[in-house]
Design a protein around this ligand. Sequence first.
Ligand SMILES: *[C@@H]1O[C@H](CO)[C@@H](O)[C@H](O)[C@H]1NC(C)=O
Ligand SMILES: *[C@@H]1O[C@H](CO)[C@@H](O)[C@H](O)[C@H]1NC(C)=O
Ligand SMILES: *[C@@H]1O[C@H](CO)[C@@H](O)[C@H](O)[C@H]1NC(C)=O
Ligand SMILES: *[C@@H]1O[C@H](CO)[C@@H](O)[C@H](O)[C@H]1NC(C)=O
Ligand SMILES: [Zn+2]
Length: 393
Amino acid sequence: RNLWVLVVGRSPKEHRIGIPEFKYVANMHGDETVGRELLLHLIDHLVTSDGKDPEITNLINNTRIHIMPSMNPDGFEAVKKPDCYYSIGRENYNQYDLNRNFPDAFEYNNVSRQPETEAVMKWLNTETFVLSANLHGGALVASYPFDNGVQATGALYSRSLTPDDDVFQYLAHTYASRNPNMKKGDECKSKMNFPNGVTNGYSWYPLQGGMQDYNYIWAQCFEITLELSCCKYPREEKLPSFWNNNKASLIEYMKQVHLGVKGQVFDQNGNPLPHVIVEVQDRKHICPYRTNKYGEYYLLLLPGSYIINVTVPGHEPYLTKVIIPEKSQNFSALKKDILLPFQGQLDSIPASNPSCPMIPLYRNLPSHSAATKPSLFLFLVTLLHIFFKQSKM
Ligand SMILES: *[C@@H]1O[C@H](CO)[C@@H](O)[C@H](O)[C@H]1NC(C)=O
Ligand SMILES: *[C@@H]1O[C@H](CO)[C@@H](O)[C@H](O)[C@H]1NC(C)=O
Ligand SMILES: *[C@@H]1O[C@H](CO)[C@@H](O)[C@H](O)[C@H]1NC(C)=O
Ligand SMILES: *[C@@H]1O[C@H](CO)[C@@H](O)[C@H](O)[C@H]1NC(C)=O
Ligand SMILES: [Zn+2]
């Protein structure tokens, strides 16, 4: 079956400079159906509120929104009867769990890559996605990267954090705090308690080959995982209450694509420079974030003062300071074009975006190579992980 995406925006068929790309993906586990229904409702809400509701109109005027209600239509079709728990239909037709099927930055993930995964990986290369969420069921929590980890990302302390942890925590809270049940943190009886309805993915349970880590590392796209229902496949009559409880969160989360700073990088002759590295000092990504083919960059940042570092082959890094104001930017990140004081030497910049190798990039980080004896603490943490792993979301 095809994977369908609907795009909502003023210019839905193509990217416009300055308009960030947002996406929602649901139902990659075919038996987790609430997200799939919510995204259909969301599409309806966006297109029928356009021109009537100023918030939605502003959002559509300034954002390109991609919505994939089902990433696993075969799994969905395979479900025999609605079931709250782990069931047939989680995996795709070939019996692969798609949320374990992506390249992994922490260890080799030698599974056979599935057509659905390949399709999503290709899709990620066609747009400069900035922000995303991946909708699941079986728990009630907003979970942020990383899902896998090593010592260098905090695994000894039973967590795995990105250099953008402040932004990810903010994003997860933005969603959870507007969902009256999720924010309580303990609504799914007999399952784990999540303070404020938020967790780091690895702290909950480590997993390999997940989609959110892939988005952040290889697609320059911040993605979180939203677990939206204690019951994976609830009865139809529950659907209106799921929409009522998630509507404000779904909309507010999309608006966060306008956090931080965006702009184009130009050389001294005014030519936009594609594929050059634009990173914030002290939050370097393991695969450096680069401008797209129009020379654009988008950096999700909370209010504060930052140094942006632009690296063009053959030149000293160019540093420039940016202050992200407290005041909301009204459906636009702070706009800051960067004019470099030299000519771009376009021939030295690769014609296509040099992609990072899809191998365990974190394996050789210095702090990871230091051998460690497993402590009793680590042993207990591992036991806990094994325990929680038994209820897969
Ligand atoms: C949104 O865009 C439409 C069409 O370009 C325009 O007529 C309208 O004034 C804009 N609305 C807002 C709130 O910016
Ligand atoms: C996975 O693939 C890598 C690279 O091809 C290889 O070095 C490694 O030994 C493989 N691991 C397993 C468990 O098959
Ligand atoms: C800027 O980034 C480059 C790599 O792209 C790095 O080598 C350099 O140390 C960075 N400079 C600063 C001051 O952070
Ligand atoms: C936000 O931008 C819209 C046009 O896109 C404008 O109509 C509105 O007045 C602005 N609001 C603020 C608070 O600046
Ligand atoms: Zn799931």
